[in-house]
Ligand binder design. Structure first.
Ligand code: E4P
Length: 221
């Protein structure tokens, strides 16, 4: 299972990668807008401050333009940049073409099983189904994930489900339980995955008992 951070915030990326369990970073134009710098500057900064894959989304509509954009993005670091492409017919054509040169691809804005099948046939390394956006639109995201995973297993597709668009940890767990291979989450959710008040309470008690033990030993001496 791979865990990605869905952010372009450099401080968050530094903090997250410092822990060492992250596979990479995913971005989209809305995330870049939040970061507020040019796409090139943000790509350079993320590459400098992380050590995994960086998926950058193309914004072109037409196959040829998507390919030009993909090659520009790859010129930053062909080993670490992955190309994230929306699942349109032109996008799928580009995924198939990029696959020929072993470029890592992520088919994004996936909302249905049929889009997941098409992406896998094209040879996408990952697909990104948008869990929260599905649930907000009355789609049973968990059923979709189960169905995709079943079909991928039955057909021995190598494409991995990299689920995206989450609002809480419970959504993440349900999605992984349903069969997602990997997830991309915000930094806030990454932190929430660690947090539990009982852990804090236990650590506090251990610290108190450690102090108490040292006091006890001192008194005996
Ligand atoms: C991920 O790759 C998607 O672009 C992203 O997770 C969408 O998430 P949102 O629905 O929180 O914007």
């Amino acid at each position: 299972m791979d865990l990605f951070l869905d952010t372009a915030d450099i401080e968050q990326i530094k903090q997250g990668f410092n822990i060492g369990i992250l596979k990479g970073v995913t971005t989209n134009p809305s995330i870049l807008l939040k970061a507020g710098k040019s796409r090139s500057d943000t790509i350079k900064a993320i590459l400098e401050n992380s050590n995994g894959l960086l998926f950058v989304q193309t914004v072109s509509d037409k196959y040829r333009d998507i390919m030009i954009e993909a090659n520009e993005l790859l010129s930053f670091d062909s080993k670490r940049i992955g190309i994230k492409i929306p699942v349109t017919p032109d996008g799928i054509k580009a995924i198939q073409e990029l696959k020929k040169s072993s470029v890592k691809t992520l088919a994004t804005a996936v909302f249905s099983t049929s889009q997941a099948i098409i992406s896998a046939i094209a040879g996408a390394d990952y697909i990104a189904p948008y869990i929260n956006r599905m649930e907000q639109n009355g789609i049973d995201a968990i059923e979709v994930i189960k169905e995709i995973r079943n079909i991928y297993e039955m057909n021995c597709f190598e494409t991995k489900i990299l689920a995206a668009s989450f609002r809480n940890v419970e959504q993440v767990i349900r999605t992984i339980k349903a069969g997602a291979h990997s997830v991309t989450i915000s930094y806030e959710l990454f932190c929430d995955m660690f947090n539990n008040y009982l852990t804090d309470k236990s650590i506090k008690k251990f610290a108190e008992d450690w102090v108490a033990l040292n006091e006890k030993i001192k008194i005996k001496q």
